[in-house]
Design a protein around this ligand. Structure first.
Ligand code: ATP
Ligand code: MG
Length: 601
């Protein structure tokens, strides 16, 4: 390709709304342009790099035995109702209506479509296992699209779906995809590592995310350098001991705490109750029912764990008004010792209870009479604890959680912090930010049961297929490559996904000039060898050309200037290596040798 014939609109400055370095560089190097928030056009260079990532993915999916298909972006609402996700995934769905008022969803993923296909086309165990994948546009109504391609409303995803006859078979399919993912990210020059992950709204029992360490990532990962344990913070656990039990009095004791509404205030004079001796009571509305969450004063609730452990589809903190109706006190004085107004005499209690129940039910909140109490496991056995009295300005001390509180269920609900001992080997955990580029799930039979993807087993029985699903954010991966590979001058592409591997830079471009003639000759020779070459034929100052080529980040630059030419030499510079002068006769072989170092940057 000749530079003048393509479109590479490089920019000196990135637009102000580009916050992270990879987003800035995508724009500055002329790879993408924004049409609207979270919606981008790929320009020629950006598309070339994207196609290379896609090609690597296709090669590795094929190698792992998956079959490429292409499913529709328009998906009938009915199949989403059948799977139950029309409601649970509603907030990210783009919904469209056709002229006869039929509702469709724009594909955010394709479990429903592929499972419908399997229901129709797979009938016998003899046809299994099978794995299907596609590389296609996906649509998600992200509330906050940001960071360019990282969180877009429209993006390219590779999604694969495996169908097996047994759980062990499904596990083997999962392992194959896991191994393919490791190869894919390595070939893209990315340092990505797998971490244990929550299975979220998609469901399933077993899941890993592939993470690229980056300060600008939107995930926190807890990991142990000693034993290799790594998990998304939404899933991570640690080996912290439970709260130590102590001798305590016979019953909870109320004491006045005027104006004290935080854990911190209660830990100070004159009360001096350390945070680890306080029970924090949080009120949530989960699937329209109030729940109380008990967590130690020095711990933080992890909302993803709350959903995962309780099985709730949606949960939100209750409003102050709802809390007052539910517990009779404002946040800061809440507890679970006396709920449902148990501290009042029966007649008062009954009337309070009925009146408030009616108001809440009118607002769509039910389950008032049997508020569930979920407690974090770290509180198991804790006594000599202090908690709110459900009376503004009062707390209770001498609380034994197991004696005084009716806990519905114990779960691991807290967020792990750096420095806590690893649950496996007791060494201190570390936490770092990372970008999720891929995700593998073992789904089990959740979708196959709902959408009737069954097969006839060898013994004649009909059984649901055991499924797995596997996603890679292709456009996000491309941007992650840039987020990981850049310097002050621009992008540092790995050879494997660079839009062009070599930039030929003649420093005089008149058609019959010596530098241009030699550039055209080298261009022809390298192209014939299968190298992707761009020839910068613009009549610009050398400084401008060099700057642009560093900004776009072509892995190898071959400059042909008159001075060096007079000595029979050209100048070869790897993007992040030193300049070397080589004889004209050796130019092509030197470049070819450099291009062969496929995985290096
Ligand atoms: P996230 O937690 O970042 O929202 P997710 O867990 O919802 O992602 P999956 O459903 O697992 O995403 O999708 C598979 C892959 O698609 C992700 O690993 C990610 O790389 C990519 N992806 C998801 N949402 C987006 C988006 N809005 N823009 C770009 N890529 C995305
Ligand atoms: Mg995910």
């Amino acid at each position: 390709m000749y530079w003048s014939k393509t479109l590479i609109p490089t920019l000196r400055e990135a637009p102000a709304d580009a916050e992270i370095v990879s987003h800035k560089l995508l724009l500055r190097a002329g790879l993408i342009r924004k049409l609207a928030g979270g919606v981008y056009t790929f320009l020629p260079l950006g598309l070339r790099a994207l196609r290379k990532v896609e090609q690597i993915i296709r090669e590795e999916m094929d190698r792992a035995g998956a079959n490429e298909v292409l499913m529709p972006a328009l998906q009938p609402k009915e199949i989403w109702e059948q799977s139950g996700r029309a409601e649970t995934a509603s907030n990210v769905l783009f919904k469209v209506k056709d002229s006869s008022n039929r509702e469709w969803f724009l594909s955010p993923t394709a479990e429903e479509v592929i499972t419908t296909l399997a229901a129709n086309e797979i009938n016998s165990y003899r046809q299994l296992p099978k794995n299907f994948y596609q590389v296609s546009l996906k649509f998600r109504d992200e509330i906050r699209p940001r960071f360019g391609l990282m969180r877009a409303k429209e993006f390219i995803m590779k999604d694969a779906y495996s169908f097996d006859t047994t759980d062990a078979g499904a596990m083997a399919s999962y392992q194959k995809m896991y191994a393919a993912y490791q190869r894919i990210f390595a070939r893209c020059g990315l340092q990505a590592f797998p971490v244990e992950a929550d299975t979220g709204v998609i469901g399933g029992s077993h899941s890993h995310e592939f993470m690229v360490p980056a300060e600008t990532g939107e995930n926190d990962v807890a990991y142990c350098e000693a034993c290799g344990y790594a998990a998304n913070i939404e899933k991570a656990t640690s080996g912290l001991p439970k709260t130590a039990a102590r001798e305590i009095g016979a019953a909870p004791e109320k004491f006045a705490t005027p104006g004290v509404v935080t854990i911190e205030a209660l830990s100070k004079d004159p009360y001096k109750v350390p945070a680890n001796r306080q029970i924090k009571t949080l009120v949530y509305i989960a699937d329209s029912q109030p729940i109380l969450i008990l967590i130690r004063g020095d711990d933080q609730l992890n909302e993803t764990k709350l959903l995962a452990k309780t099985g709730a589809v949606v949960a939100r903190p209750a409003t102050v008004d709802e809390i007052v109706l539910l517990l009779g006190a404002k946040p800061g004085s809440l507890g679970a010792v006396y709920i449902n107004f148990e501290r009042f005499p029966d007649d008062v209690r009954n009337s309070l209870f009925e009146a408030r129940k009616n108001i809440l039910e009118r607002d769509g909140i039910s389950g008032f009479e049997k508020i569930k109490v979920y407690a974090d496991e770290r509180l198991q056995g804790a006594n000599d604890m202090t908690t709110g009295a459900n009376e503004d300005g009062f707390h209770l001390k001498n609380v034994s959680i197991e004696r005084d509180i009716k806990v519905t269920a114990w779960f691991d609900l807290r967020t792990v912090s750096a420095g806590e001992p690893c649950a496996k080997c007791a060494q201190p955990l570390k936490i770092r930010r990372a970008i999720e580029v891929g995700h593998v799930f073992k789904l089990g039979t959740k979708y196959s049961e709902k959408l009737n993807a069954t097969f006839l087993a060898a013994d004649g029985s009909r059984q649901p297929c055991v499924m797995g699903c596997y996603g890679i954010g292709v456009t996000r991966t491309l941007q992650a490559v840039i987020e990981q590979g850049n310097d002050k001058d621009g992008i540092i592409w790995p050879l494997s996904v660079a839009p062009y591997q070599v930039c030929l830079t003649p420093l005089a471009v008149a058609p019959e000039s010596e530098p241009m003639k030699l550039a055209e000759k080298i261009y022809a020779e390298l192209t014939a060898q299968g190298v992707d070459v761009i020839l910068d034929d613009r009549d610009e100052r050398p400084g401008v050309k060099f700057k642009d080529s560093e900004l776009v980040g072509f892995p190898i630059r071959l400059a042909i200037g008159e001075k060096a030419l007079a000595k029979g030499e050209v100048e070869i510079k790897p993007r992040s290596g030193p300049v070397q002068f080589v004889k004209i006769a050796d130019a092509v072989s030197t470049v070819l040798a450099l291009v062969k170092t496929v995985y290096s940057r």
